[in-house]
Every structure is written in C-alpha cells, then in structure tokens.
Design a protein around this ligand. Structure first.
Ligand SMILES: [Zn+2]
Length: 161
C-alpha cells in the first residue's frame, strides 16, 4: 500500500499519520548500485488541509543498506528527514491526482528520499579503502601546450636577428 491521505479525514482539524511504508513502495532499487532500501520507511506526519492544498509535515526516517565506495564493506546508513514538509496542490496545473478522495504522498516522499541519498557512501569518514596500493598515474603533458611556448620564443628570436 502506498501512503495515501484520505481528504475526507483531513477536512476538519488535521490528521496524524504515523506508521511504516514498505521500501518496495518507494521503488528505490536500481537507482544506485551501492545503496539498497530493505527496511520500511518510518513516518510521523501531521496533515492539514489548506484552502487549495494539503500540507504534510513531520519526520521521515529510513535505514539504507549501503556499500562503502572505498572498501566495499556493507553498512547501514540512517537517512533522517526531520521537519520534512510537502505541499500538495488540489487545484491548478500542479494538482495531484485524487482517487476515491485519496491523494498519494508516496511520490513526494520518494523524491526527497532520493535527494537524501549519500553521494559517496563511506563506512566511516576516514575509511582507508581496501588496499593501500598506489597507482602511479602518469600525467600526460599536453604536447600542444608545451610546444607553443618554445615556438613563440623562436619567432621572437627570429625577429631579433
Ligand atoms: Zn569503507
């Protein structure tokens, strides 16, 4: 089940939403080969109906299974979105689909969870990596750049003589 908000239930004085959303609903697999979501997302949200929109705000938390980019060791990464807020429009061009009085909060959550993904997952900030192999990187010096200067001097020399 995706995370649906029944607009009828929000009408009066807001609605509290608390629970777990299966990671499969967020469709996070295959986004990043180093990051997997296996455990459910925990949400603790307050939903309010405004004039032409619905405001959801609260905390989201998801444990991600990551693989360290340096040593390839798997580790858990706690993704916390505190004071998360999302405004879902009920009118106009950016109106969210309403099905049986319900709107789906899942796409908005998914979007922000993706933004919260670690860019370069590290098991610890100073991870030393697998093996301390120094790979000699020979820098190729730009031939064109090196030749240009001497030739310029040559031209100057020619002028002098
Ligand atoms: Zn590591």
């Amino acid at each position: 089940m995706p995370l649906l908000i029944n607009l009828r239930h929000v009408e009066d004085d807001g609605l509290e939403l608390k629970g777990k959303l299966p990671a499969s609903e967020l469709e996070l697999d295959g986004i990043d080969e180093l990051i997997k979501a296996e455990k459910p997302l925990h949400y603790d949200l307050e939903v309010q109906k405004l004039e032409k929109s619905v405001l959801a705000q609260g905390d989201l938390s998801l444990t991600l299974r990551c693989e360290c980019v340096r040593c390839l060791k798997p580790f858990d990464y706690q993704l916390e979105l505190e004071d998360w807020a999302c405004l879902l429009s009920l009118e106009g061009d950016d109106q969210v689909p309403i099905t049986n009085d319900c709107i789906d909060l899942t796409p908005a959550i998914r979007e922000d969870i993706l933004l919260g993904f670690p860019q370069h997952p590290l098991c610890k900030p100073d991870c030393g990596g697998l093996a301390k192999k120094v790979i000699g990187k020979k820098k190729k010096t730009g031939d064109a750049g090196q030749e240009e200067i001497p030739s310029a001097w040559n031209e100057l020399n020619k002028l002098k003589f």
